[in-house]
Design a binder for this molecule. Structure first.
Ligand SMILES: Cc1cc2nc3c(=O)[nH]c(=O)nc-3n(C[C@H](O)[C@H](O)[C@H](O)COP(=O)(O)OP(=O)(O)OC[C@H]3O[C@@H](n4cnc5c(N)ncnc54)[C@H](O)[C@@H]3O)c2cc1C
Length: 123
């Protein structure tokens, strides 16, 4: 059990509850995501980083545009993105597909994350 407080979760949970009431119950699999603007910083997260055993920095904090990618047992479970909208959009697919990409490629911001989503783990 986990308590999530975000607009995305409130909206998606309401949709799931309404569908269940109408007889269309289906598993809730939506990965949590969150965004907020704090002054000149756009903060976006996807997935839950709790329990990660590895964190990879992509981009440059000095440039005020970077992401931290969290892995557990080699699989991408979450991202924190700061002024990195493209990374958030593309990285979300890595979380959904639970991919296990090469760490060096993950850390290389010149390689689009879309190019890393092919190594999905299906189990
Ligand atoms: C300061 C703050 C900043 C936040 N920033 C972000 C953010 O940047 N991004 C993000 O994703 N999430 C953010 N959140 C979290 C997000 O706002 C909540 O998770 C989300 O609004 C929850 O939606 P909800 O519909 O469940 O509840 P609410 O939005 O709280 O809606 C509940 C509604 O029910 C009404 N109500 C309560 N009791 C009764 C009653 N007895 N009768 C009739 N009406 C009643 C309330 O007036 C309210 O309008 C923030 C929350 C706070 C407090």
């Amino acid at each position: 059990m986990v308590r999530l407080e975000s607009v995305q979760n409130a909206v998606d949970m309401a949709t799931a509850a309404a569908k269940a009431i109408c007889g269309e119950a289906e598993p809730y699999r939506s990965p949590p995501w969150f965004w907020s603007n704090q002054y000149d910083l756009r903060l976006q997260t996807v997935g839950l980083s709790a329990g990660h055993d590895e964190a990879i920095l992509r981009g440059s904090p000095a440039d005020r545009s970077f992401s931290v990618i969290y892995l557990k047992h080699g699989r991408v479970i979450a991202l924190d993105c700061v002024n990195a909208v493209r990374e958030f959009v593309q990285g979300r697919k890595l979380v959904e597909k639970r991919v296990s990409p090469d760490r060096r490629l993950l850390a290389d911001s010149t390689i689009p994350m879309n190019d890393l989503s092919g190594s999905a783990i299906t189990t």
